[in-house]
Design a protein around this ligand. Structure first.
Ligand SMILES: Cc1cc2nc3c(=O)[nH]c(=O)nc-3n(C[C@H](O)[C@H](O)[C@H](O)COP(=O)(O)OP(=O)(O)OC[C@H]3O[C@@H](n4cnc5c(N)ncnc54)[C@H](O)[C@@H]3O)c2cc1C
Length: 425
């Protein structure tokens, strides 16, 4: 019996798994398959979870900022690592169009509700009810994956969370559900801009954004990147330029051969695939770039059209470049406020601020896929044992979804692994 157990573990270890990318997707997979080798081009893990620490302030996140309590895998990891998290408050939020305030959230919930009812009738309630159903159905994915099951493509995933039969364009979906036009343009567009830096999205991304908007949002104290267990990951800090599929069905990366490869990063033009069907098509996928600045200074009233002192979070609906200005702290940097500013391209900060100093800047060339894209590529496995984890991002992009996808791929590999071992025996 001991012999068989030993043999099983020897055979198990002989199956080599490579993961490209040590963001939350790759890192979660590596945690589930500890023998895997992870290739990461950056000097640290985290990918699009990245922050800067400013003395006296909570970490300012450049990328993934919020999660909700119902994100079970994010929460599990936080509990496991004993991390502290805190509720995020957007404070007084103003949505600006044509230099005018079209929507304003105050500190009083009662006033907010009355204003919403007055402006948009029952549309906010209707969306809230829809998001509650979405969130409830979404929880199905956890019991599915925890039973060791897996889905093979996006459609199967959508079936489990009961979102497979809805139209892919969010605007059509909203119109079909009788959502007020102004509510769409002033509230929903503002949320989509703040979350995805784009307004035209598929229904899944739209609904996930609405779930985020109607639930309390949290961040990890000291930075979300701590969710990644870097010390326990077998990571090689090298950029993979090319992955070859060999005649024997294995894959070669640098000089090593692997039985399984999982690409856990958005594929761009800087990586190529030799003899791997379809993958080269992804290299031409369109992505939304996002520029994030941490700026100390004074916002120009002339630029936004209203008094910036009255607002903590400002979302600009009709600016082609700037989407959001979020106050991170008051008078904490040489007497100035600090703002996180998000834009679609390089910003002329001297037009937006009366006075300013850039404290930090981060450019995401590929922050998210363009979420209006039709979901042409719905499979995850492009050759036998070759997976593209981030293909799920054409639906929506968030930490939890990447962790779910990692668990799903781990379930597939684990099942094959066992099958392989039993056949060999
Ligand atoms: C501005 C912004 C705000 C966001 N806000 C939120 C939010 O509030 N909440 C939320 O849940 N999500 C948010 N997201 C989305 C979230 O960050 C992503 O969905 C998630 O972090 C993606 O994780 P990943 O592991 O799939 O990919 P990534 O984090 O992109 O990781 C991929 C890794 O692969 C590495 N890599 C790439 N190419 C190679 C190569 N050739 N060789 C080796 N390594 C390579 C990269 O360096 C990177 O570390 C936000 C994203 C951005 C950009």
């Amino acid at each position: 019996m001991i012999f068989i157990v030993n043999l099983l573990s020897i055979l198990a270890n002989s199956q080599k798994v490579a993961i490209i990318g040590c963001g939350i997707g790759g890192a979660t997979l590596a945690q589930l398959i500890p023998t895997a080798t992870v290739y990461e081009s950056y000097y640290q893990c985290g990918g699009r979870i990245n922050h800067v620490l400013i003395p006296g302030l909570n970490a300012v996140e450049f990328g993934a900022t919020f999660f909700i309590q119902e994100n079970q895998y994010v929460k599990k990891q936080i509990d496991k690592k004993n991390l502290e998290f805190y509720k995020r408050d957007l404070g007084k939020l103003g949505v600006i169009k044509n230099k005018q305030l079209v929507l304003q959230k105050t500190d009083s919930d009662v006033i907010n509700i009355v204003k919403m009812l007055y402006n948009y009738g029952l549309s906010p309630k209707r969306i809230k009810d829809i998001t509650e159903d979405v969130l409830k159905n979404f929880q199905e994915i956890y019991s599915f994956l925890e039973r060791g099951l897996y889905y093979k493509n996006l459609n199967e995933f959508l079936q489990i969370i009961k979102l497979n039969d809805i139209k892919m364009n969010f605007t059509e979906y909203l119109n079909e559900n009788g959502i007020d036009q102004n509510f769409q343009e002033e509230f929903i567009d503002a949320i989509l801009l703040a979350i995805y830096n784009q307004k035209d999205v598929n229904t899944i991304a739209g609904l996930i954004s609405m779930v985020a908007a109607f639930n309390d949002a949290y961040s990890i104290k000291g930075g979300n990147r701590q969710i990644i267990d870097e010390e326990n990951i077998n990571v090689i800090h090298s950029k993979v330029d090319i992955i070859h599929r060999l005649q024997n069905g294995k894959y070669r990366i640098f000089n090593d051969e692997y039985d399984y490869v999982v690409v856990a990063s958005l594929v761009n033009l800087d990586i190529s695939f030799d003899n791997i069907r379809e993958m080269n098509n992804f290299q031409y996928a369109k992505y939304q770039s996002t520029y994030v600045y941490v700026v100390a200074g004074k916002i120009s009233q002339k630029y936004i059209g209203v008094n910036p002192e009255d607002l903590n979070t400002i979302i600009i609906l009709d600016d082609v470049k700037v989407t959001e200005l979020k106050q991170e702290c008051v008078k904490c940097f040489q007497g100035w406020n600090i703002y996180k500013v998000q834009g679609r391209e390089e910003l002329q900060l001297d037009q937006i601020f009366e006075t300013h100093q850039i404290v930090h800047k981060k450019v995401w060339d590929a922050a998210y896929p363009l979420l209006s894209q039709s979901l042409l590529n719905t499979e995850f496995e492009y050759e036998k044992n070759f997976f593209y984890l981030n293909s799920i991002e054409s639906l929506a992009s968030c930490m939890e979804l990447m962790m779910i996808q990692a668990k799903n791929i781990a379930n597939i590999i684990k099942e094959r692994h066992n099958q392989l071992i039993h056949e060999d025996l």
